[in-house]
Ligand binder design. Structure first.
Ligand code: ZN
Length: 305
């Protein structure tokens, strides 16, 4: 019952919030040299190309970027930012270490005074690069934080929090407080199956707790940026989308634990899938959900079948 209530709230609240954005701002995005820049509120916006959603803050005395995608799209993003700001980048923030959020650090980071990330990120990034044979292409955060990092840049106050392991063991939540816009990184895959990176410390139980904590910390006024979204729901939303994501994980964990109780194998649990959660079936396929069920089985039992 909770699941359907939250799903309903998610949709109606998001539509209400997004509809409240001024029409000229909503339509402005694609017109800037054809680049995918979308202003959101008070100088904060997003850039969408290949990889995780980039967030940006452009104010007279501040240029801040969240995540860097890949070198090619980072270069396009940097060009677009330079047309909107005469500043060098005051701060590049990485929401976490994954390549689709940090591979462009070499480009955007070269223009940035500092790169900031959670304290676990540089080592996670280095280990991943070692596996991918891409150590030479990495640019790492030179400023890190453990739980909270807060600073004013220009007339915006930025508060960055770490709520414990979720998608990885180094996910930052970035709140542009004056704009009241939050970048959640990959802590939210908006209405789509998630990448649960067990090798990098992902924990679905704490991921649920963390989303519920974030729901309480922010308000209905807060606009959220997500690392990835499905074609219908996109990468912007409200705090109700955090609960929708939490509900999805609750259902995954419950289904896996029921399956184990009934003596089912990982494959059998995955094949049975989840009831509901139609928005998580990309192109009508249940493969992503099945994949998530297998990873949660692996997480819960400590075994891969
Ligand atoms: Zn990720």
């Amino acid at each position: 019952m909770i699941i359907s209530r939250r799903s309903f709230l998610t949709k109606s609240a998001m539509l209400a919030t997004l509809a409240s954005l001024p029409a000229p701002i909503r339509g402005f995005g694609k017109s800037l040299n054809g680049l995918n820049f979308t202003p959101i509120r008070r100088g904060v916006g997003i850039f969408e190309s290949r990889g995780g959603t980039i967030g940006w803050l452009v104010r007279p005395e501040a240029l801040v970027v969240v995540d860097s995608q890949y070198p090619e799209s980072a270069a396009v993003c940097l060009d677009g930012l330079k047309e909107r700001s005469g500043r060098t980048i005051d701060l590049l923030i990485n929401t976490h270490h994954h390549g689709d959020h940090t591979a462009g650090n070499a480009v955007l980071g070269a223009d940035a005074t500092h790169i900031l990330a959670h304290a676990n990120v540089p080592e996670l990034q280095r280990r991943a690069a070692e596996k991918n044979d891409s150590l030479g292409a990495q640019k790492y955060a030179d400023v890190t934080f453990e739980e909270i990092w807060e600073e004013s840049i220009g007339d915006e106050n930025i508060r960055i929090s770490y709520f414990g392991a979720g998608h990885t063991s180094g996910d930052a939540i970035i709140h542009f407080q004056e704009a009241d816009v939050v970048h959640m990184g990959d802590l939210v895959f908006n209405h789509r199956p998630a990448f649960i990176d067990l090798a990098s410390g992902a924990e679905t139980r704490n991921w649920i707790a963390l989303l519920e904590r974030a729901y309480k910390e922010f308000t209905d006024n807060t606009i959220f940026i997500f690392g990835h979204g499905n074609p219908t729901h996109g990468v912007l939303g409200t705090r109700d989308d955090l609960l929708a994501m939490a509900d999805y994980f609750v259902a995954l964990r419950q289904t896996v634990s029921d399956g184990i109780r009934d003596g089912k194998t990982s494959d059998e649990i995955a094949a049975a899938g989840l009831e509901g959660f139609d928005s998580y079936k990309l192109n009508g396929s249940s493969d992503g959900i099945a994949g998530n069920l297998k990873v949660v089985y692996e997480e819960v039992t400590g075994t891969v079948e």
